[in-house]
Design a protein around this ligand. Sequence first.
Ligand SMILES: [Zn+2]
Length: 307
Amino acid sequence: MRYLPLFIAAVLTGLISLPARADFHVFACEPEWTALARTFMPDAHFTTATSYLQDPHYIEARPSLIAAMSRADIAVCTGASLEAGWLPALLQRAGNTDIQPGQPGLFFAADHAQLFAPHDHVDRSMGDVHPEGNPHVHLSPDQLPNIAKALAERLGAMRPDNSADIFARYIKWRVNWNFHSANWQERAKALQGRSLVIQHTGFGYLLRWLGIDATMDLEPKPGLPPSASHLNQLLADPRLEDAAAILIASHQNQKPAQWLSAQTRKPILVLPGTVTDDSKTDTLAELISEIINRLESAMPEVANGSL
Ligand SMILES: [Zn+2]
């Protein structure tokens, strides 16, 4: 211990250099953006504000998140009002000037996507809708490449010394995504034209891409909890008969789906709405593959078209 002051002095004067450490901090609002950014910068530090077991529309601005945000080099979020209920407060309390709106340190995936179902006029009576359109774009097979490219470019611009590595990893990601996408497209042929009852529009982009009808929603309006009167209306909907299953996300309350399932004997599919820690669903490509697996097993009769 008596050499400690000498050691400190040596470090301070640059005689001894400490091991290089990853010094890039990424704050991700949702786990899918951690998964994507980690592909490009595996050595960075990551903090993820939400998990697949949480509703990303509503979380608490916990002190640990404020601390993580205050030291972040970049915040990667969905945008399009998905985090409107908590991100502005978090940004303000963290007081990190690098990641304020308009700065390169705040990246919104939705800015690099084409959103569906925009609403011109929004008020609470319409539910918690997102005026820019459905923000849940992370499961869109044809829009992810654009988002991934923009994110890789942004990270590269912030870390020019690493930009060649980041770009190489993006190319590798893209090749892998194209490979998966061709496989999904092939499998979509058998799923096309089928229908599901959903709860919120979290899987909307993927279902639309697969050609699956998802217009029957347990929610009366996006973001409004299922009500008894709405569920009864749904029960009387003639389209319900053709629905193969009721699809809900892992973080959602299962009671409304269970009620409808009890009335109709339709199976309930519970799927993670985003990546998890499980190796079967820990990247967006793995997750989409797994969702398609589960849809296929819920629709075993897809090949001959009979119910
Ligand atoms: Zn939403």
